[in-house]
Design a protein around this ligand. Sequence first.
Ligand code: BDR
Ligand code: CA
Length: 321
Amino acid sequence: MKPRKAVLFDCDPGVDDAVALLLAFAATDEIDLIGITTVAGNVSAGLTARNACLIRDHAGRRDVPVYAGAERPLRREPVEAGHFHGETGLGDLPISEPKQGVTPGHAVDFIESTLRSAIDAGQKVCIVITGPMTNVASALRRDPRLLEGIECFAIMGGARSEGGNITASAEYNIYADPDAAQYVFNAGPVVYAFGLDATHQVRATPARTARIRDLGSAEARAAAQLLEFSNALPANGPREQGAPLHDPCPIAWLLAPQLFKFKPCHIDVELDSSLTLGHTAVEFRATGSRLQNVQWAVEADAEGVFALLERYLASGRSGKA
Ligand code: BDR
Ligand code: CA
């Protein structure tokens, strides 16, 4: 059996973050989920932290701590995306008080102490980010030596050939904190970036969603309800086409790397233009001294991603308990 991958998951749940969390929580044999850190993004910081705790309840994973983090971007006004995720951030999933709340302490401190412990133990952690990158950039800016503890970043964010989804040229996670994204893309460790070019290929069609609902586990029912909410939103295009499944992509890649094809590139984020703020300039040509440290996902095996989701959600942790 392969050793479990040490993963720290930074997110802003969010309907698709929630599905990604359910997948990560279910992959107990492959992923050593050290902790979940949350950030203001799709909805406010208070709601993203609460939502991560609620999804943890659905998955029966009380062993994984949730730390609440940044309440606003590094140096800009917050931009939420409630129109894609509903007022609560979790679509029409019933909301109650989580059985277990957040762990005291700030997400940025937790990221810092996790990386420091990894370095001391001669280990490395993979950092998954599916929201604005404020928490991770804050920790690394505080102490760049923490980079030594990072094996890779697996990030949902950016757009090249697909154009943007929050403005004509920017993808939401980058637009919401472009300064943090520019820092992380250029920090040094290899970045596996799942932008809209790849995630728009992975569509939660009604047939795929129905297959997940039919699995019957608590996790699968919750995932199906979240996916159906997204599918019904006119902003996500015709229902038959299915809403794009963004945030589960980096987790699916950790579990089955063969589901994605990449091209190496350098990414800079537009920080100055009000028209194209948050645009990711994805440069495939190796020029000058620029790092080619980003692997840009260009192809996704959508059927494979859904088969993987089905496999993990069918035997979710709640089914094993
Ligand atoms: C990204 O934006 C958010 O609204 C989603 O959760 C996803 O992380 C897609 O652009
Ligand atoms: Ca997200």
